[in-house]
Design a protein around this ligand. Structure first.
Ligand code: ASP
Length: 338
């Protein structure tokens, strides 16, 4: 058995080193700042150079399937990650996985993996707000925290986790809330499910639900649009002319839309294109409360699907996964009731 130890001052803590799969995908955590202040990927991933230091914490197997800023990530790369992790699951050689990822779309990849990966070990996604050579760089620190979480027995069965800034979040709830602050990742309404300290990993909540779907592709096209005062049907009608398989609308308040947008919604549904609504308010759940034209009750009568508290970008991922399984409206509606 392979161990690492650290001193707390009074005593020596000895921890069993686990076999951890470390997958680098790019993002600020893998970038450096040049002399002009521009942050971008270099020819070498600086995290690869840090592997020696990390090897003290775990027996690492390192993979780098691609090196992309996260605005370049698509469902194709998400699928690639799912398949890579599942290959290791089948080989039964690792005990946890950590993925480094750009923070801009990190929550989408984390939630996609949460919904689709079939693995028995903890999966942690992390990133950084400051690149490797910036003052106060958080990359290596977040990576060390993530390896500790992925090595923790308590992390098993909690779904995919997102670890940054000493906090452990459920992929289902976490979102990027600030453009540059280190504490950008928050779980509005729910909070983190645990914290990482110098001494270890502490979970204080457990997610009450976890859904997982077996899919073999994620090729459908789903768009996300935001409702606003004065919204009409023009954009929704234009979608009908494109090859789009599903639409998510960030609706108003508890789940309402302006009357002028209803013709577009109705046309989409008549053409068997699911329309899912979330709220553009980032706390709370959309519901069929209001009975006026365009109110939630009316939208439900029109066949709009209500998402159960997801934000827009996550509902889009879920619709993508749902459409990979079925094109039946009732089945998709049921999946969104979970
Ligand atoms: N734009 C960067 C990315 O998402 C931001 C980051 O990684 O923090 O790749």
């Amino acid at each position: 058995m392979d161990y690492y130890s650290f001193s707390t001052g009074d005593s020596e803590v000895v921890i069993l080193k686990k076999n951890i799969l470390l997958i680098h995908t790019g993002g600020t955590i893998s970038m450096s700042e040049d002399t002009s202040g521009s942050v971008k990927p270099g020819t070498n991933n600086p995290l690869m150079e840090g592997t020696g230091l990390l090897s003290k914490l775990a027996n690492l197997v390192v993979e780098e399937p691609f090196n992309l800023p996260s605005p370049h990530i698509t469902p194709k790369e998400m699928m690639q990650l799912k398949q890579l992790i599942e290959q290791y699951e089948q080989a039964d050689t690792i005990e946890g996985a950590v993925i480094t990822h750009g923070t801009d779309t990190l929550e989408e990849t984390a939630y996609f993996l949460d919904l689709t990966v079939q693995a028995s070990f903890p999966i942690v996604v992390t990133g950084a707000m400051r690149s490797s050579n910036e003052l106060g760089s958080d990359g290596l620190y977040n990576l060390i925290s993530s390896i500790k979480v992925a090595s923790s027995d308590e992390a098993k069965g909690q779904g995919v986790l997102v670890v940054l800034n000493d906090e452990i979040h459920a992929a289902l709830n976490v979102t990027k809330t600030h453009t540059s602050n280190l504490s950008t990742f928050q779980s509005p309404q729910y909070g983190p499910i645990g914290i990482v300290t110098k001494r270890g990993v502490h979970f204080h909540h457990t997610p009450t639900k976890h859904e997982n779907y077996s899919i073999t592709d994620a090729d459908k096209k789903v768009v996300l649009i935001k409702a606003h005062a004065g919204m009409d049907s023009s954009l929704l009608k234009a979608i009908l002319g494109l090859e789009i398989d599903g639409v998510v609308v960030e609706a108003l308040g508890q789940g309402n839309l302006p009357p002028a947008a209803l013709e577009g919604v109705t046309d989409l549904i008549k053409n068997n294109i699911p329309v899912v609504i979330v709220s553009r308010s980032f706390n709370g759940i959309v519901q069929d409360i209001y009975g006026y034209e365009g109110g939630g009750k009316h939208l439900k009568e029109l066949g709009v699907i209500f998402s159960n508290g997801l934000n827009g970008q996550k509902a889009r991922i879920k619709l993508l996964v749902a459409l990979a399984k079925t094109d039946k409206m009732e089945e998709i509606t049921e999946m969104f009731m979970f």
